[in-house]
Write a protein that binds this ligand. Sequence first.
Ligand code: AMP
Length: 481
Amino acid sequence: MASSAASPAFCGIPKASTAAARASLTAPTTRFLSKTPLRRLGFAAAAADPLLSHHVATKLVSFKNASAKPVRGVASMAKKSVGDLSGADLKGKKVFVRADLNVPLDDSQNITDDTRIRAAVPTIKHLISNGAKVILSSHLGRPKGVTPKYSLAPLVPRLSELLGIQVVKADDCIGPEVEKLVASLPEGGVLLLENVRFYKEEEKNEPEFAKKLASLADLFVNDAFGTAHRAHASTEGVTKFLKPSVAGFLLQKELDYLVGAVSSPKRPFAAIVGGSKVSSKIGVIESLLEKCDILLLGGGMIFTFYKAQGLSVGSSLVEEDKLDLATSLLEKAKAKGVSLLLPTDVVIADKFAPDAESKVVPASAIPDGWMGLDIGPDSVKTFSDALETTKTVIWNGPMGVFEFDKFAVGTEAIANKLAELSGKGVTTIIGGGDSVAAVEKVGVANVMSHISTGGGASLELLEGKELPGVLALDEATPVAV
Ligand code: AMP
């Protein structure tokens, strides 16, 4: 059998190439604010309101095709929503809103992608139109202490423009000056606090710091899905001091799709999992095996599965210590009656480079010295045929090294297939990470039912984990079925 030790280059593509891809993968889309996804999901209660004004529990019990399989983590993730609060609950109230305004800035502090700001607008608009006083908090980048280049000041003009009011900016996020600004905030006004991560206490979730943040407000809205998998002072800590603590519209929609639609899917339900390594997707695969009918695997991880089955994989990416795991996942799929498909052919390259020589070979015929960097045309056809029958599809991880055009064909074909299925009423969920970058690259992001805005957070939700920033919120009022 050919040596299959992974080349170090396989740990990722060269930095220059990843920069653009990373930038776009962290860029969420606001197209989810369109009205169509709700119809696709069959949410009986929410069709009229694109901002999802009904809480998660309402929708979960509204699924027509509820799964007979056990539902993990859904009940406890059904949270009270900002849409559940009445005008009387909000008028004149100081509301601490944690948003994810972590937008990319260029060297001149210009915003290069405002998607995250736009994504935060519906919740803020809802609050100010109900007469609340919004105290808006976010992090930006990974500052070590007070770092001017990570100030939220450059966001003020765009935020003001989108909200249609002049947003006031504080130079700190706690302290007497901030308190003065809060005291002078009119109903319907917005005060943007300075980067909450200028304090190390934020990520340490120090109660005293959380208490100071919370003391500025009467109630809490968490709309920062991208940081919901971390218990930080402004996401989890403040909930100990503010009641009610509720989910914003963006956070709620992520839960609706990544928990609700995945746990109670319209069937057949297919999961497509790709990406570089099986080790980073074990949790996702295991969790989805509990729920899906069809599992399609692509990306670098397939070579570990091939090798576990005794095939030669040339110099493709292989995790030697995960061969047993691959075998056990295949057995588990069989035992659960899940139709697990591995690509039947692959595009191989003579080196890990955009201009590598390439050819298509059967998965069982990878020559020594060649590495698989994409799924082949037969596999695209087989995968597309399998997807044709589905009603719900979730996708996490590219089919190949899509950052190199030559090896992006498989990933782009799957993106286009999902776009086509979306048009036929299939619920299509892009579960964060590089698959988001891929559908953006192909230009079909706007037709998908849901594009997740959080890489790490969406992965953890798909693994069936509960997110601390969500768990800490008030439970939704149970709805009689
Ligand atoms: P992940 O973050 O685990 O979803 O992995 C995404 C990365 O997997 C992308 O940067 C792809 O270039 C990479 N990838 C996909 N297919 C392959 C492959 N066949 N060999 C090496 N890397 C791959």
